[in-house]
Design a protein around this ligand. Structure first.
Ligand SMILES: C[S@@+](CC[C@H](N)C(=O)[O-])C[C@H]1O[C@@H](n2cnc3c(N)ncnc32)[C@H](O)[C@@H]1O
Length: 263
């Protein structure tokens, strides 16, 4: 059990309904995770996505990964996200991309999935479950909705080394994270939920490199735009965020992991 803070889904919605969501898109791009489309292809290939499969994208945000896998692999995607602004933008962009026959969106909490038991081929998530308050329940929900033999595949920001609560607190506060799982913790939770054939990949080295880029962008290339569009307070907030996360990632205290398992 790692150190926890009492951030709730309301705090997350406030981030993604407000300027925070716009800033994340500006810095990380429309696919709001480190590694962009390459990371999405890596996960898609690990999960062996095939035409006609039904993929549930838990925390689908702007729907950019959903559009990418629907277009490239021919899968049908059910995206679910708790933030209204994200859902509205995802629906519009999916319609504009003429992919709405393959993708539908649901506004809701991933702790209570609006899908029937045994109805999904693949449960999918990219760098968002760090916001979820009860990851044990999340994985149980994932198992419930998967067909027998179905796959779960997700990446997430995780604890990868020794880090104490005093160091974790500012990291959580900068992101409104209730808690992060550890590399081992996610594998234990998958096993406890009943998943088999668990594979875990530590991407922390690449994650630290991505934070070098975010640091460059925020503090140099994009600084004038951020100041102009978002103001000094949000700039100071973003500068602090990229500074502390970059340091912790280079110290191999936090990073990202990819996890694949079978029902
Ligand atoms: C970093 S973004 C997700 C990025 C997205 N997976 C991608 O790769 O483009 C985080 C998203 O998680 C959503 N979220 C966080 N907690 C949630 C929950 N409990 N249920 C549903 N959505 C949630 C937020 O609303 C936000 O849109």
């Amino acid at each position: 059990m790692t150190y926890r803070k009492d951030y709730t889904i309301k705090d997350v919605q406030d981030v993604y309904d407000g300027p925070g969501g716009l800033l994340w898109e500006a810095v990380m791009s429309e696919q709001i995770h480190s590694g962009g489309p390459e990371a999405t292809d890596f996960l898609a290939q690990k999960l062996n996505l095939k035409k006609g499969m039904i993929v549930a994208d838990l925390c689908s945000a702007l729907g950019a990964p959903a559009r990418h896998i629907a277009e490239k692999y021919g899968v049908m995607v059910k995206g679910i996200d708790a933030t209204k602004t994200m859902i509205e933008k995802a629906i519009k962009r999916t319609k504009d991309a003429k992919l709405d026959h393959l993708i539908e969106y649901y506004e809701g909490n991933v702790l209570d999935l609006p899908f029937k038991a045994g109805s999904i081929d693949v449960v999918w998530g990219q760098e968002a479950w760090c916001y979820v308050t009860d990851k044990e329940r999340l994985l149980k929900e994932a198992l419930r909705v998967l067909k027998p033999g179905g796959m779960i595949g997700f990446s997430d920001w995780i604890i990868t080394g020794n880090i104490n609560p005093l160091e974790l607190e500012p990291l959580y506060d900068s992101m409104a994270f209730p808690y992060m799982e550890s590399f081992k913790g996610y594998q234990d939770l998958l096993k406890k939920a009943g998943f088999k054939n668990i594979e875990a990949i530590d991407n922390t080295k690449a994650f630290a490199g991505h934070f070098d880029n975010y640091f460059e962008m925020v503090t140099k290339k994009m600084k004038p735009t951020i100041l102009q569009n978002f103001g000094q307070d949000l700039y100071t907030f973003a500068e602090n965020l990229v500074t502390i996360w970059r340091k912790a990632a280079h110290e191999h205290k936090v990073g990202s992991g990819t996890f694949i398992a079978k029902k």
